[in-house]
Design a protein around this ligand. Structure first.
Ligand code: CA
Ligand code: CA
Ligand code: CA
Length: 238
């Protein structure tokens, strides 16, 4: 009898808290598939849209060795933000580069792990995204680094050139690192790749501003739970 009372007391506290957490942070997850070809600049980045929820995956295609796909993302949780790309078609040596809203580089990576060409941006990196807000994430194949400043010369590379062991986190320490993105170094011969990729994301949401209905649902959910708790208490008392 005593055990039961403690048990139900725990439920009365935890159930509303769980409900609150679910409503405030919907489990609903959204996947996005590149429409046409995502642009390569902040001004032409593709913005995933859909029902409010966590943006879980972006699927797309690097069509040539000069194709860069930029996505405009809302990072709702900068401390858990991470991005990991893998080549679902098998042969893409990918890079990921994150820029802020103004096109300044945050961090980038060539290979997340030794022996794999897939790129990743880790969570909790000291110089990763610091505040919730809009950012731009670019995925590209090896060989077309981001440039800034007056033209597409190597002197204006935003980051350092990738070098062995290729697993480093790259930041804006190249000659053009203090300036925002203006373009990408392009390879002389464009080669068709048609490599498909999947970017797994954490800490990113679609439609970050809660709609009025969300608040209504939240209040309704709390009210419902309150009623259930009261009923349960009555049941125990009997
Ligand atoms: Ca593309
Ligand atoms: Ca593109
Ligand atoms: Ca790579």
């Amino acid at each position: 009898m005593k055990l039961n009372a403690i048990h139900f007391k725990k439920i009365t506290v935890s159930v509303p808290l769980i409900t609150l957490a679910l409503l405030a942070n919907p489990v609903h997850a959204v996947d996005w598939t590149e429409i046409g070809d995502a642009g390569q600049l902040v001004s032409t980045a593709q913005m995933p849209t859909g029902d409010e929820g966590r943006l879980r995956n972006i699927y797309g295609t690097i069509s040539t060795n000069n194709d860069i796909d930029m996505y405009r993302l809302y990072i709702s949780n900068p401390t858990t933000f991470s991005a990991a790309v893998n080549s679902t078609s098998g042969d893409l040596d990918s890079l990921l580069v994150l820029f802020n809203q103004g096109g300044y580089v945050i961090y980038g990576n060539d290979n997340a792990m030794l022996g794999s060409p897939d790129a990743g941006l880790p969570a909790g990196y000291l110089n990763g995204p610091q505040a919730p807000g809009w950012y731009n994430l670019a995925v590209l194949s090896l060989g077309t680094p981001p440039v800034s400043g007056n033209g597409f010369t190597p002197d204006h590379y935003i980051g350092p050139d990738v070098s062995p062991p290729f697993t480093q986190i790259l930041t804006g320490t190249g000659p053009g690192g203090a300036s925002p993105l203006t373009g990408w170094a392009q390879l002389e011969d464009t080669v068709t790749l048609n490599e498909e990729y999947r970017i797994r994301l954490s800490g990113v949401t679609v439609s970050p501003v809660p709609e009025p209905e969300t608040y209504a649902m939240l209040l309704a959910g709390l009210g419902l739970m309150g009623t259930m708790v009261r009923r349960r208490k009555g049941f125990i008392a009997r």
